[in-house]
Design a binder for this molecule. Structure first.
Ligand code: FMN
Length: 206
């Protein structure tokens, strides 16, 4: 069985953030695009949050692949001060549908930060509990950069299949099950229609 790992790390952007009202910051948008292409190839999944000049990223996948990516990330000049907040083996992927989910700053995050006495998103001051809360929040927020149908079901699910990771059955089984249920229903209806026609024919000859 493949060894799976999850890491959560934070970093500071080295670029100046463009006007946050203009949608996704262009540098972040380029990072997302590369991440999605590469992660799909490598069977990696995760999510990326960017706020107040800081990144918060969760990466999951085969241990060797995640570690190799982290080495690459350390050398990327677009961010600095990388710090791992969590690193643990996992049994299944938490984001099987996402090669890289992007979560923008939203009112839920602002509220959570406020509740914990933060004026800005400053993950360097988060304790373990707040890291967990942020993770839970990010998992529930939709990604505005991908339409739900494409983002949730098609391409990323194929990523998991291509990687041969253990969750592929979990991810694909419900779809397969609903497909066979539809087929059985169609066969039953066809059988019923044929029976009714046969009955009508028999009755019409009497
Ligand atoms: C905050 C941040 C997150 C990134 N996340 C990923 C990622 O999930 N996957 C990835 O392949 N590259 C990611 N990158 C980009 C990598 O550092 C590196 O530029 C890229 O993997 C090189 O890919 P290429 O050789 O295809 O150009 C990230 C960069 C930054 C600054």
């Amino acid at each position: 069985m493949t060894d799976l790992i999850r890491i959560v790390y934070i970093s500071r952007a080295t670029f100046a953030t463009a006007n946050p009202d203009d949608g996704v910051e262009p540098t972040v948008s380029r990072i997302l695009s590369t991440s999605r292409t590469n992660n799909r190839k490598n069977g990696l999944v995760g999510m990326l949050y960017y706020g107040d000049g800081c990144f918060f990223q969760c990466l999951e996948g085969e241990t060797s692949k995640v570690q190799a990516l982290y080495k690459t990330l350390l050398k990327d000049p677009r961010h600095k001060d990388l710090k791992i907040l969590a690193s643990e083996p996992i049994k299944r992927l938490s984001f099987p549908d996402w090669s890289m989910k992007y979560v923008p700053v939203d009112e839920h995050m602002c509220k959570l930060l406020e509740e914990h006495g933060f004026e800005h998103f400053d993950p360097y001051r988060f304790d373990h509990h707040l890291v967990e809360r942020v993770m839970q929040l990010l998992q529930g927020v939709p990604d505005p950069t991908i339409p739900p149908v494409e983002g949730r079901a098609s391409a990323p699910a194929r990523t998991v299949l291509a990687a041969g990771l253990p969750t592929q059955t979990d991810t694909l089984a419900p779809a397969a099950a609903s497909g066979s249920a539809k087929l059985s229903l169609a066969i039953s209806i066809a059988a019923l229609v044929i029976s009714v026609i046969a009955l009508v024919l028999v009755l019409s000859r009497l």
